[in-house]
Design a protein. Structure first.
Length: 310
């Protein structure tokens, strides 16, 4: 059995969709169905039970999924180590970042890293938290800088969670929105506003419940009018004047032009972004980057970590 088949199977379970898995692997839906049929014949048991309503993963399939994740992780780590040896590299860093997280500070640390490790290879993934968690689990990410709530249940014992920055929230509105004339607003004045939030599939179960259900709804009576799958959709609805959004202070929209950032009063909620990485497969460059990132944020004044209002 080849790893391409295993990855197809993992992606079907991950996305709960043959169509999405086929797109991720650049093959047709018919081809991915053939891959699964071939796997089931080779394994001697069924991975999925199909019906007119869709499919479910069998108990054997669930067990095989867990093993497949470990297999793909091991393969990815092995390739990374071998590439470093073959190309005489001092290290490889694949960095995943929470969507909208201000990358300025990470750029500054990376600039110093290239001086210390001139042959270092770098990949940056700004992605939604659910996909970042999957990439980290299968070994595509050496480090993820995220809110760690949904990572804690999936990372191994060799993973380190290093808190970097704790910040509050800002309100973002379109520049044509009536609130755009204000530089600050109290949260009690926002209960009639239409909020757009990232959904559970994008944020993760625990993160969604903490940030949206507990903080927004239960603590402050802010009810989302729109629940969307990704950051791009969230920004578009705000820029179009259809909704407003809350973002952590150290995050920002991908482009500032259509938005006004407003300080919030009466909203004491905070969130902590952390770097998550593995000790067992860390390259010399990653170890150095983790240490320098921690020191950088330790020495940086909190005001400098927070994106200025626009």
């Amino acid at each position: 059995m080849n790893l391409e088949k295993v990855k197809c199977f993992v992606d079907i379970v991950k996305y709960n969709s043959f169509t999405r898995a086929a797109q991720e692997n650049y093959i047709t839906q018919a081809a991915i169905s053939q891959q699964i049929a071939s796997m089931e014949a080779e394994l001697g048991f069924r991975l999925f039970i199909r019906s007119k309503r869709g499919f479910t993963v069998t108990d054997a399939g669930k067990a095989f999924y867990d093993s497949s994740l470990r297999l793909l992780t091991l393969y990815s780590r092995s390739v990374s180590r071998a590439r470093c040896i073959a190309e005489n590299l001092s290290g490889y860093i694949s960095l995943g970042m929470w969507p909208g997280l201000d990358p300025t500070h990470f750029y500054q640390v990376i600039q110093g890293m290239f001086q210390e490790f001139p042959n270092m290879q770098l990949t940056v993934w700004p992605d939604n938290p659910t996909d970042l968690r999957h990439k980290y689990t299968v070994g595509k990410l050496a480090m993820a800088v995220v809110l760690p709530y949904d990572f804690a249940n999936t990372i191994g014992a060799d993973s380190v969670i290093e808190p970097l920055i704790t910040c509050g929230y800002r309100l973002y509105v379109a520049r044509s929105h009536p609130l755009a004339e204000f530089d600050s607003v109290d949260v009690s004045e926002l209960q009639q506003e239409k909020f757009v939030v990232l959904g559970e599939d994008g944020l993760g179960f625990q993160t969604y419940n903490l940030m949206v259900v507990e903080q927004m709804q239960n603590h402050h009576n802010l009810t989302p009018a729109f629940v969307v799958p990704n950051f791009a959709t969230q920004q578009t609805l705000v820029a179009a004047g259809q909704a407003v959004m809350l973002l952590p202070e150290c995050c920002m929209p991908m482009t500032s032009a259509p938005f006004k950032a407003i300080r919030l009063t009466g909203y004491p909620e905070t969130c902590t972004f952390s770097a998550i990485w593995r000790t067992s497969s860390a390259s010399p460059a990653l170890l150095a980057y983790a240490a320098q990132l921690k020191e950088y944020f330790r020495r940086l004044p909190l005001e400098a970590c927070i994106s200025p209002p626009t």
